[in-house]
Design a protein around this ligand. Structure first.
Ligand code: ARG
Ligand code: ZN
Length: 874
């Protein structure tokens, strides 16, 4: 059934208090719920959500209901004729060990050694107890857990501990009270044999908080980095946004069985182990930064998500866009701002622009959905964060902070909407932000055309900006959006000019200005400009648009060499890459002069030790094939691969001498140090190695030596990747060696799977097929599936789109198999077929056939059926 935003109704019934008594057992858990209900609409029957539950009995104000006094069908428990207030009690039985969907209460690991945990967002709580499972029903929870003490020594739920004890028969109990009213999707419990590490944190308000990270015995030694990240996150949110923590304890739990990254349950965050465990031997530099970011993300949700939550799931971006933005700022302040921004823009281009260009395109706040779990997308998360970033740019740092303070003050303890968010930000700054709603409502990537003209006689520079957004499914006509365009103009000596628009006071002049394009087109005239300047546009990627600029290659090269904004140096270099790629695609070779202009820029970044090594590494790294194919029709993935490879190899061949020089100067990657500069140096060193080996197989010994001598996983994995992509004679021995070194370490083996799945060679298809039978691969484990099949389908376009269709068949078969196990994972994999219409006719037909074949299968999950249906819709 499709749900529509316009049909929103406030709940007819409310729940003030919840008492849950949970008798835990892996095969048969019983849940006794006592709900204090209030009726707001006297005519409405009581309708609760209830799925995959074995209902034992139901009571109203203590009286047991007979079987004909209620109905339970299609996920709804309906009790007609009731008038509130009343107390509804239910007892249900559930089977966590058979819950492979990983929604609700489930078992991680084996019945003997695993532990029990929950995932309730978005609609998992209804698989634990009958409930008004919607985010605008906020209740206070008291939870009592009972379980066998030997099997489940650790018992956790949200909120503050409120007693524990022995039951005498080998079992024990623990009670938790959460004083903060919350929606059911934030409920969590954990029970099992877990180890922990603990610290005390004193908040700016003087509250002493126990910080406890829990993990299984073999993983607890890898939690120290996450603990440091958590302390940083708590302090940072106090300092940057004035947000303090609000309970006596903050628990974090790691699991290997999780469909997503992590979950912000109130006071009890649960993490995919991939985003929590990190030490030098088993995690790369990137892993360490991802842990920092995700620990921050989930912690920041305590305010942006939990204290102020979402009225309904259409507003998902209210908490996710804002929290991703906060996470980005956190990492930028603690690690490298330039690197994080480049990575975010790369991700946006690869995942969000392509989503926006196909049948799965949707608005950041969609107006309809049939399966909400399919809307945890790059659009809601990443584009959602871009909108918040634009508001931050327009309001300025202080204005944005004022707005956010008002938002939290106004809506604390309630469920809010995007309109509420914009109103608070606007009211705090005395501006009308309602035009910004269009960004939330309108799908599609806007195209921004910029053209500049210098008028020597009138000493001015005119910049004309035009916007256009192509139609997307269900949205034929597009409105103009408010687009902030950050601009600087450089003179011939590389000096940023003071910018003053015609008619403005000299006092407002600044070296960087943010122009706001509020209509289809506008011209901005800068005065006192003596010579034709070099424009630096969309600085910091000030809006999530496709920029089409008439800037000359010389001007782009000047920016790539001298722009004082690190991001825009990369952005200019990337713009040159895209032009070269287009030439290589059209003519087989990029144009020689343009090519040497670009390689000259990258070479000078490489030689200049004053440049951030992370920036130099990113300039050496050519955009991925998916993002290069953005905007193309009738895509031939093999042609795209060849054109990209020509650009990439050409760069490497042109720079062999500086690459060797710089790599030598950077020394060995050392023992893993987590400081940003040490990471940046390793990044550049490994980018140099990859380029050298691409230029000439004679450099293979460098990779072999690095593989042997590496003192951290970053360097060893990088060397292995290089050997593999060169098809070096030593590659298979190195692969075997790596697997042996890390046997039994699931997270590291996942990297080993991904490396082989993303090898840009059509034969990766056979390799992936063979690895499905590897003993470390389990179909029921989402990390394994994403590492092998997800990496293949979403990050190896050359092999997935093999002309014989074997890549498609492999993935479609896997999707059908997974659908019976973990529908959310199957649905996510199926998005790899979403862009089918953009490919050349043969691939298009092959993909279409696989989509039809999958849709023709009986008993598809609603998750998968939704993705397939929308992909095929006309
Ligand atoms: N709210 C989580 C986050 O931090 C995502 C959880 C989504 N899980 C799901 N099954 N839909 O972004
Ligand atoms: Zn989130």
């Amino acid at each position: 059934p499709t749900r529509f935003l316009r049909d929103y109704r406030a709940p007819a019934w409310r729940i003030d208090d919840v008492e849950l008594d949970v008798e835990l057992d892996a095969a048969a858990t019983t849940v006794h719920a006592r709900l204090s209900l209030q009726q707001d609409d006297a005519t409405a029957p009581l309708e609760l959500d209830a799925e995959a539950l074995d209902l034992l009995d139901l009571r109203v104000d203590g009286r047991v209901l007979a079987g004909d006094e209620f109905t339970l069908a299609d996920g709804r428990l309906v009790v007609p004729g009731l008038r509130g207030p009343l107390v509804l009690e239910s007892r249900v039985r559930i089977a966590p060990d058979r819950n492979t969907a990983l929604q609700g209460l489930y078992l991680s690991g084996t019945p003997e050694h695993g532990f029990l945990l929950t995932q309730c967002e978005a609609e998992g709580f209804r698989r634990i107890t009958p409930f008004l499972d919607r985010s605008d029903v906020l209740a206070r929870y008291t939870v009592t857990l009972r379980a066998d003490r030997a099997r489940y020594p650790v018992l956790l739920a949200n909120g503050n501990a409120d007693g524990a004890g022995d039951l005498g028969d080998g079992r024990h109990w623990a009670r938790f009270v959460d004083p903060h009213p919350k929606p059911s999707y934030l409920f969590a419990l954990v029970a099992g044999r877990l180890e922990s590490i603990e610290r005390t944190f004193v908040t700016a308000q003087g509250r002493r908080v126990r910080l406890v990270i829990h993990a299984e015995a073999d993983a607890i030694g890898r939690c120290d980095w996450a603990m440091q990240c958590l302390e940083h996150a708590m302090r940072w949110d106090e300092q940057r946004f004035g947000r303090c923590y609000d309970l006596d304890a903050f628990h974090v739990v790691a699991t290997h069985d999780f469909t997503m990254g992590a979950m912000e349950n109130k006071g009890l965050n649960i993490f995919n182990a991939k985003y929590l465990l990190a030490d030098p031997a088993s995690a790369t530099d990137d892993d360490h930064r991802h842990v920092l970011a995700v620990v921050g993300h989930e912690y920041f949700h305590n305010w942006s998500g939990n204290r102020v939550t979402c009225r309904d799931w259409f507003q998902l971006c209210l908490k996710e866009g804002l929290t991703v933005y906060r996470e980005q700022e956190f990492e930028s302040d603690l690690a490298s701002r330039t690197l994080r921004r480049i990575e975010d823009v790369r991700l946006l281009w690869r995942a969000q622009f392509s989503e926006d260009a196909g049948p799965l395109a949707h608005a950041v706040r969609p107006d309809r959905y049939s399966e909400i779990n399919n809307f945890y997308t790059a659009t809601v998360y990443e584009k959602g964060a871009e909108i918040v970033r634009m508001l931050g740019v327009v309001l300025g740092r202080d204005g944005f902070r004022r707005g956010l303070d008002l938002y939290f003050a106004r809506h604390d303890g309630t469920a809010a909407t995007i309109e509420d968010f914009l109103a608070a930000l606007g009211d705090a700054n005395d501006v009308d932000l309602s035009p910004w709603l269009a960004w939330y409502e309108q799908a599609g990537t806007p195209e921004l055309r910029a053209s500049g003209r210098h008028d020597a006689r009138r000493r001015c520079y005119e910049l004309t900006l035009e916007q256009r957004t192509a139609p997307t499914p269900g949205q034929a006509h597009k409105r103009a959006l408010p687009i902030p365009v950050a601009v600087a103009l450089f003179d011939r000596s590389g000096r940023a000019l003071p910018l003053r628009l015609d008619g403005e006071d000299a006092a407002v002049a600044a070296n960087e200005r943010v122009l706001l394009l509020g209509s289809d087109s506008a011209t901005f005239r800068f005065v006192d400009v003596d010579e034709a300047p070099t424009p630096s546009l969309l600085r910091g990627f000030s809006a999530p648009v496709r920029l089409v600029q008439d800037t000359s290659p010389q001007a782009l090269a000047a920016l790539a060499r001298h722009d004082n904004d690190g991001f825009n140096r990369w952005f200019a270099s990337d713009a040159l890459v895209r032009r070269l790629f287009a030439q290589a695609l059209a003519h087989g070779e990029p144009e020689a002069t343009l090519f040497s202009t670009w390689t000259g820029c990258v070479g000078s970044a490489l030689d200049d030790t004053g440049v951030d090594p992370a920036l130099a590494a990113e300039m050496l790294t050519v955009a991925d094939a998916t993002s290069l194919a953005d905007g193309l029709d009738d895509v031939d993935p093999e042609g795209v691969h060849q054109a990209r490879a020509r650009v990439e190899t050409g760069l490497a061949c042109a720079l062999v001498a500086p690459l060797l020089r710089r790599r030598l100067a950077l020394g060995d990657g050392g023992d893993l140090a987590v400081e940003p500069l040490a990471q940046a140096r390793r990044r550049l060193r490994n980018a140099c190695l990859a380029a050298l080996c691409r230029a000439d197989v004679a450099h293979a010994p460098l990779a072999r030596a690095q593989y042997e001598q590496a003192r951290n996983l970053t360097d060893r994995l990088a060397a292995l990747g290089v050997l593999l992509s060169m098809r070096d004679a030593g590659a298979s021995a190195a692969l075997a060696d790596f697997a042996a070194r890390h046997a039994g370490d699931a997270l590291v083996l996942d990297k080993w799977f991904s490396l082989q799945a993303t090898e840009a060679d059509p034969r990766a298809c056979e390799r992936v097929a063979a690895l499905l039978a590897h003993p470390a691969f389990r179909w029921s484990n989402p990390n394994n599936v994403y590492a092998l099949l997800g990496a293949f389908a979403l990050r190896n376009p050359r092999a997935f789109h093999r002309a014989d269709g074997d890549g498609y068949r492999l993935v479609a078969d896997a999707i059908l198999r997974l659908d019976a196990l973990t529908p959310q994972v199957a649905a996510r994999l199926a998005t790899a077929f979403g862009a089918w219409r953009r490919y050349e006719p043969i691939r298009r037909a092959l993909m279409h056939r696989e989509l039809e074949r999958m849709l023709g299968r009986e008993h598809l999950s609603p998750d998968l059926a939704d993705i397939l249906g929308r992909s095929l819709a006309v």
